[in-house]
Design a binder for this molecule. Structure first.
Ligand code: GDP
Ligand code: MG
Length: 377
């Protein structure tokens, strides 16, 4: 016997429930979306919400209806703005129940991704540095603790060396400030060197000192120097390079930001990153931003990395990085690192290789423009 045939006196004996729930929808631009669910009674009030606010119904776009116990919301001609978290609330004087669904709209791609890694690896393996006296192009990675700096090095190393490194550089999620030394990582068969530094933290006595990153950019810090969070390197230290050459300097600064944590980053850390960026600008050193952990912030991307440039969430996160750190969107590259995977993933490699090619070009251009005699101080 169905509940709807009972009188109102029996209402409290049979609480209102959903027979079927809303389900998540993923649609392409221009497609229609139909959200539907079924309740066990027809005599109730229905309210639709989007992202926690009452749905602002637009004529010709939203169509809500109730047919018996079925409840529908139709969204016509899906656009980027239709993406969101939808809730249907069913209520009367004595009860209120709700259920939710996410609507994801695949945007038209705004950047393309190459789908074959071998030409990109081949290109980078044969690329010549624009000056003969420069042995390697050197990259400095900086950013908050846990941003994925060590994982980027691990991922790039794995791609060039053709097998997957166990991600021993990356810190487990719970630890902080795992990397304490200024560490140089050569990439085996290509003339590129990446430097990993201890992560930035808020406060003056935690994480790496801003001044030391600037010293590293200028080439004053030797490999294996253990960062001291309280004081920058002393000129009397045996790790201090007094007259750095172009081979000691950094040729590109890579800021690393985790997409899933950008909104929660402390202002102080952002301020430190901006300070370092400003110093790099003053030195003429190119700067690029790698946005990591994209899979942790966007389901569409997690399911298919090839759709990263169709994701509104990724685009929004890139804009947030751009606004917070004053980096143009064209200099922001969303990347995914190897974290739990045990097998090679060509889409992951291609995304990383595109970002990596960009920093190689920027660094190569910088060394071409640099005058060996330039004093950086
Ligand atoms: N899911 C996912 N996890 C990542 C990614 N990049 C890094 N991680 C994880 O995030 C944590 C911090 O990374 P780590 O490289 O140690 O950060 P670092 O402090 O900047 O060197 C580790 O547990 C990594 O496995 C990514 O793109 N996706
Ligand atoms: Mg690290």
């Amino acid at each position: 016997m169905k509940f709807r045939s009972f009188s109102y006196n029996l209402f409290h004996l049979f609480p209102t429930e959903f027979n079927t729930f809303l389900v998540d929808k993923q649609v392409k631009m221009g497609e229609d979306v139909l959200l539907q669910c079924e309740i066990n009674t027809g005599k109730l009030n229905v309210i639709w919400e989007k992202n926690g606010h009452k749905l602002d119904r637009v004529e010709g776009k939203h169509n809500t209806r109730k047919t018996g116990t079925m409840i529908y919301l139709e969204i016509r001609n899906a656009e980027a703005g239709d993406e969101g978290h939808y809730t249907v609330i069913i209520e009367n004087s004595s009860c209120r129940v709700s259920c939710n669904a996410n609507v994801t709209v695949e945007l038209n791609p705004w950047r393309t991704i190459q789908c074959s890694q071998d030409p990109m690896i081949g290109y980078l393996k044969t690329l010549r540095i624009s000056r003969e006296d420069v042995r390697d192009l050197r990259f400095l990675l900086h950013g908050p603790v846990g941003a994925g700096k060590s994982s980027i090095i691990n991922t790039v190393k794995s791609i060039f060396e053709g097998f997957q490194f166990i991600n021993c550089l990356a810190a487990p999620e719970v630890t902080k400030a795992f990397t304490v030394k200024f560490k140089k990582y050569s990439l085996g068969n290509v003339p590129f060197v990446m430097h990993d530094v201890r992560g930035l933290e808020d406060g003056d006595t935690k994480g790496v000192h801003t001044e030391d990153i600037i010293n590293a950019l200028k080439g004053h810090i030797a490999d294996n120097y253990a960062f001291n969070p309280v004081d920058p390197i002393f000129t009397t230290s045996r790790y201090y390079i007094h007259n750095p050459t172009l081979n000691d300097r950094m040729h590109c600064l890579v800021s690393v930001i985790p997409a899933d944590r950008i909104s929660m980053m402390e202002d102080e850390v952002i301020q430190k990153m901006k300070e370092i960026k400003a110093a790099a600008s003053k030195l003429g050193i190119p700067q690029v931003l790698f946005m990591t952990r994209v899979d942790q912030t966007c389901r569409l991307t997690q399911n298919d990395l090839g759709k990263i440039y169709q994701s509104k969430k990724i685009k929004d996160k890139m804009k947030e990085c751009s606004n917070k750190l004053d980096v143009p969107l064209s200099c922001i590259f969303p990347v995914k690192n190897y974290s739990e995977e045990t097998k090679f993933d060509e889409k992951l490699n291609c995304l990383m290789l595109e970002a990596f090619t960009q920093i190689v070009h920027s660094a190569n251009d910088y060394v071409k423009r640099s005058n060996e005699e330039n004093n950086m101080d």
